[in-house]
Design a protein around this ligand. Sequence first.
Ligand code: NAG
Ligand code: NAG
Length: 334
Amino acid sequence: MLWRSFPLAAAIASSVNAATLRFSCSQLIVERLDPLVNPGMNPSPHLHQVVGGNAFNATMDPSIHDLPTTATCTSCTPTEDFSNYWTAVLFFRARNGTLHRVNTFGNELGYTGANGGQTVYYLSSGKVTAFKPGFRMTVGDPNFRTAQELNAKYKYMDYTCLQTSMTRGGQTLNFPTGPCPAGIMVSIRFPTCWDGTNVDTPDHQSHVAYPVGNACPASHPVTVPQVFYETYWDTRPFNDRSQWPADGSQPFVWSFGDKTGYGLHGDYVFGWKGDALQRAMDTNCNSDLFANRINCNTLQTQSLDQANKCVAQDAVKENLDGWLTELPGGMPIA
Ligand SMILES: *[C@@H]1O[C@H](CO)[C@@H](O)[C@H](O)[C@H]1NC(C)=O
Ligand SMILES: *[C@@H]1O[C@H](CO)[C@@H](O)[C@H](O)[C@H]1NC(C)=O
């Protein structure tokens, strides 16, 4: 089962054979690197916001770059999670055409003390097999610009126009069309069925698949936890309609040049230490909804303050602040 309306519904329904592990990962770095899609490239074509272990690097060859032993800290609250989680970065394009980066901020359901980043979930309903060392995947396609393209290939990725931090429901597959008083929440949910063999594939996607009905297809028979990102984008400073496009369209654009929102995508590199994730799923760990607390005696955790202290060195060093004349890397907006 996939949780379309988590967290509120799922937290209440949390049952014996379900893990609803939810935690905060503070911002580790915002930079143009993408070790999964563009390994070794510095800078990568578009800008990302990255959370997780500080072993994040331009090159993360799984055979030589073991995250739990390479990283010395994590920006996530479970201290055995050295995975990296990343997405593109949101920009506001003012009426005069200049661009300003939008910050992430701590999820107001429990994580206001987080220095940006995102909320990460691992969800299960019934027995799941945790990812293996070296496992990585992406979901979404940065080239998509229509609902038809998105619907034909992916599920469960959407935008919530936050009226308050509690708003749930009313999701859209594209950017909200009007100002969102409490920001924009972007939800990215990965597929939950694995082929059982490949920790990666050249497209970073073919080794995973969505369930058909409630069961994994024969091609991808192994049920894995549902990895789910919730990112709060602080669009609140950009809600002045006089600065929005004169033609009435919305002003936000992804760092890869998408002004529709249909190109949303996420990247995941598994990096939990030992069997910590498997144990957490097997013991049906869950998390409080309104506090930074994981109810799980198999996991060690740190405070948001401690998680905030884990940051990565900026390996790209380009200016990302203030009003910019173009997207980082000169990504065309189209
Ligand atoms: C990133 O990789 C470079 C080159 O291999 C290395 O010098 C550097 O220490 C690495 N940084 C981290 C944070 O692992
Ligand atoms: C463009 O618009 C923004 C938002 O109003 C403003 O802060 C900035 O100074 C403007 N830049 C130029 C070059 O006019």
